[in-house]
Write a protein that binds this ligand. Structure first.
Ligand code: PMP
Length: 465
């Protein structure tokens, strides 16, 4: 291999991939005998692999990212024009697309005010964590450094983000982790027996799940707890929406103990749940909001940490003190391709009314999944919001014993053979869950949605009989 091969010679591409690529999140042994999958092209809701096979992508690029679909010429053109004008300058200076996108974004986030550009969701979360720590030093004499995170939530792959990671199987072999990250219980009603709250339901359960956070704050000491970091709808942990009453109580608790509320919108952000941001469904006012995947739908790498003017102001006092500003940088936070793509991405969502389409198609898909639940007893629960849905597979509805991982994988593989790419979360958490995961692009049509759920219907029939 000398690297001079023609990119259209796909068998050489496969060879080069097999020889040199370390893919994310998978075991490579099978590639010694099987070809890795190369995705060659995408248009709208569909992608084509190296064999020319067409797939309907029900997971927006695998991980909830390509919200406006593939092959958007106007985004590519905006990025091209911007790169020709100015590709990069460190963000200690500003840029035209950076300023425009920040203004557009803040217009969608009443109460928020400042945008800090980074290049990944993990990094955006770490910026917020660092701000919380700095506030602890500036305002609270070095106390209030603890950051609470929730069982089952995920906030990224870097070590401090993993220290706030509530999915044990992801963390199992990477410790030790950073100190002062403290876990609080999840709020998953379907598995409320894990919390000893099986006698409560709906709003009463939601309030009790939030009260469990207060108990952790009291146990740790309110003067040591600086922030609470939560996903608005938990993604990889099993597509979990909190019950009624939860968020209002969370907000009250944060206010009561001066705990900053950090909402991780890396998955939900920019339309996925049918509103611009997931937290906006629940009427809460966060102090930090982080976002990544849908910000530019994968057309460029961009992530944002957004905060309030109140937080921003804390970093302006004692201007002569060299330790007093946010002493942090993200090199690629200065790339202009990200905000240029993000401006156009947001315009498309608005002009094509994709938030409404997301809500409508989400309702259709939820209806289809509920019908599948009536038909296949292996589906124990269906849940989610907008086009962010999950169907949990259980071996026994009474005990909620999860199906085994291989069976869940067989459903995904069967759908793939039918030309539909779906996902599965938490497949390796023993005793937790196996949730089929659906997050089609916000442009999905009724036919697309039906094709996805028809494929799942067929797959469940073949795998579970
Ligand atoms: N937060 C959440 C909720 C996520 O799902 C992810 C990625 N799956 C991240 C943070 C990390 O984002 P990134 O991979 O861009 O670092």
């Amino acid at each position: 291999m000398d690297g001079t091969f023609n990119e259209n010679d796909l068998s050489r591409v496969v060879e080069a991939d097999r020889a040199h690529i370390w893919h994310h999140l998978i075991q490579h042994k099978p590639f010694e005998t099987n070809d890795p999958r190369i995705i060659v092209e995408g248009k709208g809701m569909r992608v084509w692999d190296q064999k020319g096979k067409e797939h309907l992508d029900a997971v927006s690029g695998g991980v909830w990212t390509v919200n406006v679909g593939y092959g958007r010429e106007s985004i590519c053109k905006a990025v091209y024009d911007q790169l020709m004008k100015l590709c990069y300058f460190a963000n200690s200076a500003g840029s035209i697309p950076g300023a425009i996108f920040a203004e557009n974004l803040i217009a969608k986030m009443p109460g928020m005010s400042r945008v800090y550009y980074t290049n990944s969701g993990s990094e955006a979360n770490e910026k917020a964590f660092k701000m919380v720590r700095q506030i602890a030093h500036k305002r609270y004499g070095g106390k209030k450094t603890k950051i609470l995170y929730r069982d089952r939530d995920y906030h990224g792959s870097t070590l401090a983000a993993m220290s706030a990671g509530g999915q044990d199987e992801r963390n199992a072999q990477y410790g030790p982790f950073a100190p002062d990250f403290v876990r609080v219980p999840h709020c998953m009603e379907y598995r409320k027996h894990e919390l000893g709250l099986e006698d409560l339901s709906g709003e009463a359960f939601g309030q009790a799940a939030a009260d469990a956070i207060e108990q952790v704050i009291l146990r740790e000491g309110p003067d040591t707890v600086g922030a609470l970091c939560l996903e608005p709808v938990t993604a990889g942990g099993g597509v979990i929406e909190a019950p009624e009453g939860y968020w209002q109580r969370v907000q009250e608790i944060c206010k009561k103990y001066e705990v900053l509320l950090h909402i991780d919108e890396v998955v939900c952000g920019v339309g996925r749940t049918g509103t611009w941001f997931g937290y906006q469904q629940y009427g809460i006012k966060p102090d930090f909001v982080t976002m990544a995947k849908g910000v530019a739908s994968g057309y460029a790498a961009i992530a944002c940490m957004v905060t309030t003017e109140e937080v921003f102001d804390m970093f302006k006092d004692n201007a002569d003190d060299p330790l007093n500003y946010f002493r942090d940088i993200s090199t690629f936070g200065g790339c202009t391709a990200g905000p240029a793509a993000a401006i156009e991405n947001m315009r498309i969502i608005e002009d094509e009314n994709l938030l409404q389409n997301c809500t409508n198609m989400g309702e259709r898909m939820m209806g289809n999944l509920q019908a599948l639940m009536d038909k296949h007893k292996v589906i124990g629960d269906v849940r989610g919001k907008g086009l962010f849905l999950g169907a949990e597979l259980v071996a026994d509805r009474a005990t909620k014993e999860p199906v085994n991982e291989k069976q869940a994988q067989a459903v995904v593989a069967d759908c793939m053979a039918q030309g539909v790419i779906i996902g599965v979360t938490n497949r390796s958490v023993p005793g937790k869950n196996n949730t089929l995961c659906f997050s089609p692009a916000l442009i999905a049509t009724a036919d697309d949605i039906d094709q996805i759920t028809d494929a799942v219907d067929g797959a469940l029939g073949r795998v579970f009989g």
